[in-house]
Design a binder for this molecule. Sequence first.
Ligand code: ZN
Ligand code: ZN
Length: 366
Amino acid sequence: MPGVADIFRSCGPEYRDRYGDAMPPSHRRTMQDVTDCRTERMGGHLFRCSHCDHLRYSYHSCKNRSCPVCHESDRKAWLDKRRREQLPVPYYHAVFTIPRELHEIIRSHQRIFYALLMEAAALSLMKLASDPRYVGGKIGMLSVLHTWTRALVYHPHVHCLIPAGGLSHDKRYWIEARKNYLVPVRALSDIFRATFIALARRKLPAAVFPESIWKTPWVVYCKSCHHAADKTLAYLARYIHQTAITNSRILAEERGKIIFRYKNSRERRWQTMSLEASEFIRRFLQHVLPRGFHKVRYYGLLSPRNRSLLDLIRRELTNKTEPGEDESLNSDSKAEIPKPLFLCPLCHKGRLIQIISLPRRWRAPP
Ligand SMILES: [Zn+2]
Ligand SMILES: [Zn+2]
């Protein structure tokens, strides 16, 4: 089965000839990195087994965050770290979506609008939660920007994971949120829309927004994920360290068409889709984020500047809940037994010893 790199290799040149002038440098860089990832062009090392003399080439990975084969270990490390940081309270999961009418303008000013979308979502949640009718304190959240649907369609939205509670305004108490209700979703949607437009007008005073965006309610979802917080976190981790499509979902490349599977979220079943290679590449590349853009952000109580405060809250809350919760976390991290390093995959007896360092080949600038 072909992977994205194979598709770039076979159909990329034609795509570049056709759209090269209009392609942003980030797209060209991604195409080249993904194509070169773990090939001799990246350079690497040559190993020899100390027992059977088996030779093994190991090439460097590209580390481009849009590469479908890099980042598996990053995902695990990220998830472990977030699990250790989790508060011993239930969590809420919120999703903020932008209406379709705004997709074009967002697409042409991605860096500004993606940041703005994340900020507007966080500000509206924090504003509503600070109202004593709801939480009445300062909440925090982990936010992740998503831009795609499973069929690779452009769909910018933000997922937020929010501990169910907040710090009182005098910073003396932890206030538990209600069990099945964090904030009213309808009001949240209205505040989110107003905040987004206000921030957008400030950033891009000349931009014109269609009137219809005030008429349609913006889709906001906020549900408790009591015992599924860990599941949601694992889902977000997968998304953060994955690209718009994983190689395992690509079924075939036939006569200029790419066939892949995707899960139809409405019907909740797997389907296949066939796209012209150029359309497939266009859909893939539209999810390459602006260089250096942080798609994971922490707001309010969870923002990095509140780290020591958060440690204190976690300790307090852990002491109030069942003892031993901390130990289970520790034993979990201890459970990971490292695999023996450099064991020869052929004879399983010798160790692979590096004999040569292979230089990276010259690559034309993208
Ligand atoms: Zn790679
Ligand atoms: Zn060997």
